[in-house]
Design a protein around this ligand. Sequence first.
Ligand SMILES: Cc1cc2nc3c(=O)[nH]c(=O)nc-3n(C[C@H](O)[C@H](O)[C@H](O)COP(=O)(O)OP(=O)(O)OC[C@H]3O[C@@H](n4cnc5c(N)ncnc54)[C@H](O)[C@@H]3O)c2cc1C
Length: 445
Amino acid sequence: MAGVHGSYFRERCVGNRPLGIRSMSNRVHIVGAGVAGLHCAAVLRSNGVRVAVYEKSDAVGGRMRTDQVGGFLLDRGFHVMQSGYECAGSRVDFGSLGARPFRSGVRVIRLAGGTPEVLTYADPFRSPLAALGSLRNGNWFDLLRVGALRWRLVHQDVNASFSSGDASTHRYLRELGFSQDFLKRFFCPLLAGIFLESRLATSERMFRFVFQAMARGKMLLPRAGIKAVPERIADFVGREHIRLGVPARAIDSRRVLIGDRVEDAAQIIVAHPTVGASDSRSVWTLHFDAEHSPAPGGYLLLNGDYELGKNAIAHLAVPSDVQPCYGADGRALVTVTVVGDAAQALGLVEPGAVADRVRYELGAWFPQSVNWRILAVQNVSGALPVREAGSGLKADTPATSSEILSCGDHCLHGSVEGALRSAEAAAIECLNRLGIEPAPITHTY
Ligand SMILES: Cc1cc2nc3c(=O)[nH]c(=O)nc-3n(C[C@H](O)[C@H](O)[C@H](O)COP(=O)(O)OP(=O)(O)OC[C@H]3O[C@@H](n4cnc5c(N)ncnc54)[C@H](O)[C@@H]3O)c2cc1C
């Protein structure tokens, strides 16, 4: 399909590659250097298109940033890469990022008469023997249902997850027969930390999509922190094409406002969310420096007593058990997730109040936590777009006729996969408009 700018590019192409593009007006301008903007730029670059990426902050990565604090690597919010995502799994070379996996399965901690007990729910397909031990943790029917659901989703096409039913995850799981107790103990704390909401109001489509990815692949942490992924994509794009600390605004499909200067472009692509706080989720993340790991084994530790309005912590991870570079001087990094609605339900607004509450809850699980030093209390607003029941979530962004192209997880669903897929859709639409036949995407980062 030749679009509005097709004739210009066709005149200057050899095969699919445009030549002799000299002025800025023949570049595609992309606003935002999160993974979506960067991946979109990379796909365009690999098709021979010149790009200029504008990023208002001081680094690439958007929501995927990592800070170094006292030798520890602190991701901005607990964040993993899922190798089971189709697009992320094939575009990102996790091996070369030195990525290491969390253990499959989870551990659940709960207070029984004030004493903490830890139950391990191993993955029956990857660790069958350990999974047999999980049966001791009661509720066989729920565990068998998890196994059956997992088997079905692993063998199902990704698109099928999005084509049926659009009720809330809570309703979906109840209709599958899971007990209320198992929802509270297992699914609520697990999914609250993924959807960043505690009622499981998120569409069942998102649940199937995420659970399928978890069952197919692993949860990984890159050696240099989560920022390693966007950094890698930025290297592929070429740093000289990315301008940091430069806020930009699309005026129309071919003009962008940079400071007080207007620049012409072959196409503008907006790669950042424009949603307000009410359309997005928030999360608190607290990072602690601990002498030893409180929960060795590389599992995610879920709060088995999780209840909105009663407690704050959804889950805890020890990233340094999985990826030692996250720790410092042999000390452990403990990362605690408090979902925005859980903090709100307890009236926790200030970082100090959230930290006090988290320390109180940790104290009941790990008395030694009084000695842990707080490294950071992060409050991420606009963390994920809201995708509740009835939102009509799709696997891919539909074709668009809008003049200014958009990409980012807000165009699809809140995940790295959503961001990457929407970026590819925007890049392909852009190439079509430029009259360039999109080449298959074969590069990896
Ligand atoms: C705490 C947390 C945990 C998460 N965990 C996971 C996880 O485990 N797995 C998973 O798959 N996903 C996870 N996600 C979601 C994932 O991080 C996002 O889906 C993804 O990073 C979104 O990328 P994006 O490029 O669409 O948007 P963003 O990362 O938001 O990038 C947009 C960029 O545009 C820039 N920008 C905005 N306005 C302008 C402007 N006017 N001019 C120039 N630049 C501008 C911003 O500064 C930003 O850099 C998590 C998110 C958070 C916050």
